[in-house]
Design a protein. Structure first.
Length: 138
């Protein structure tokens, strides 16, 4: 009976964790990475981003940055605005943890003005939030 309970518990854990494993890690810019005139590439067009996904920004450290900003700072390329997040490692992983639009810019002078900016629209993800576990059957 103990072995049956262990198998049942394992099955419940696997079923509950399976939706979480479906999160996507998006390489921003694909092989081109995060660089100048990025926004002109239309990289985000046609992609569906969901809560639980993450964005990976790859670039030469020191040459660029990634800053999460609000809509107005994004539109104005305001480098001195309110940064909601900041990364500068050259290999930055940013989790998409809530639905809605998320705006990113490079804070190096002139880079945002020349198109180094990205907006993604994050969907709720629905199935990524596991529901209640089924009642054990004994």
């Amino acid at each position: 009976m103990a072995a049956y309970r262990q198998v049942l518990l394992l099955a419940v854990v696997v079923v509950a964790a399976a939706p979480l494993a479906s999160a996507t890690q998006w390489m921003v810019g694909n092989d081109g990475g995060w660089g100048p005139k990025f926004n002109q590439s239309g990289w985000a067009d046609g992609k569906t981003f969901r809560v639980g996904d993450s964005l990976v920004f790859v670039y030469n450290q020191g040459a660029h940055t990634v800053a999460r900003v609000g809509k107005d700072d994004f539109a104005a390329c305001n480098l001195e605005g309110n940064q909601l997040g900041f990364w500068d490692s050259g290999n930055d992983v940013v989790s998409l943890d809530q639905p809605g639009k998320v705006w990113f810019i490079c804070t190096k002078p002139g880079h945002c003005d020349y198109g180094m900016k990205l907006v993604v629209d994050v969907e709720d993800g629905g199935a990524l939030t596991p529901g209640p576990a089924p009642a054990p059957y004994f």
